[in-house]
Design a protein around this ligand. Structure first.
Ligand SMILES: [Zn+2]
Length: 282
């Protein structure tokens, strides 16, 4: 064991104190940004196609599958879009992303190889700024809005696969935090995963849009809702997606998933939003 001379020890002490003061004052000199006021408008166009309009008027589309049987709109009805998020390479997730991106100039975010494939399909490269947007990545290109990619427990086959891009890579979900701090989680087609509890803790979504496919086990949906409440007092609304307005006989319904949620004692209501009508938050 070595002993420092007293002078040297005092110098070290003063140095550390000065450093601590510097950090404390730097912290207090940079207050957290105040979120902008205003509301986010959310519209459902059938299947997993949602449109968000932000407090400052930015438009974000999810999985723009405008040829879904319940869609009240066609691609040409979408006059403005700033960002399109695609969850994976499947036809019902990509939808009319290429056509809408071409007509509106929207930026497109998709996971892994789907981005490169979308460029091959005709979206200008300048509109696909993230060639490999992967889980854990964030996008800050829409001023005041943060889009985060998370994994989706799902596949990402491309139709058609190409020589350069035979598979889409990891399927994605997205957390979108708007200018007013309000956050939506769009799950992609994910099955339940314990990681949803971690993301709920990290990003604290106010709205969750959860996959409810024809064959979704209601317990799987309910578990996702339970996970998304983990250390997250913000979650107030759960919408389903990937479903028909009136699911055919034998397909999973809102009543089915609600019964499973209630049986788990989770304490959350699932609401199917009105088709094509804006719902505003918060
Ligand atoms: Zn899919």
């Amino acid at each position: 064991m070595s002993r420092r001379p007293l002078g040297q020890a005092l110098l070290l002490l003063f140095g550390l104190t000065a450093l601590a003061v510097l950090f404390v004052s730097a912290g207090s000199a940079a207050p957290a940004a105040q979120p902008a006021s205003g509301t986010v408008s959310v519209e459902w166009f059938g299947w997993s196609h949602y449109r968000f309009t932000s407090p400052t008027g930015k438009v974000i589309l999810t999985n723009p599958f405008t040829s879904n049987p319940d869609s009240p709109i066609k691609p040409e009805d979408i006059e403005k879009a700033d960002l399109i998020v695609v969850a994976d390479g499947h036809g019902d997730e990509v939808g009319s992303a290429v056509q809408i991106a071409q007509s509106t100039g929207a930026t497109v975010l998709a996971p892994g190889g789907v981005n490169a494939w979308l460029v091959e399909q005709g979206i200008p490269m300048a509109q696909v700024p993230k060639r490999f947007f992967q889980p854990g990545d964030r996008y800050l290109g829409l001023q005041g809005i943060t889009v985060r990619s998370v994994e989706s427990v799902h596949g990402s086959e491309l139709a058609p696969p190409t020589a350069a891009v035979p598979y889409g890579g990891v399927a994605a979900g997205y957390f979108i935090t708007f200018e007013n701090g309000w956050t939506a989680y769009f799950s992609g087609s994910s099955a339940a995963t314990a990681e949803q509890g971690m993301w709920a803790t990290m990003y604290k979504p106010n709205l969750a849009i959860v996959h409810m496919g024809a064959d979704t086990d209601p317990i799987d949906f309910a578990e996702q809702v339970k996970m998304l409440k983990t250390d997250n007092p913000n979650l107030s609304t759960v919408f389903p997606h990937h479903n028909r307005v009136s699911p055919p006989q034998g397909q999973t319904t809102v009543s089915d998933v609600q019964a499973a949620i209630d049986a788990m004692g989770v304490g959350m209501k699932v609401t199917q939003p009105p088709l094509g009508q804006a719902v505003t938050f918060p």
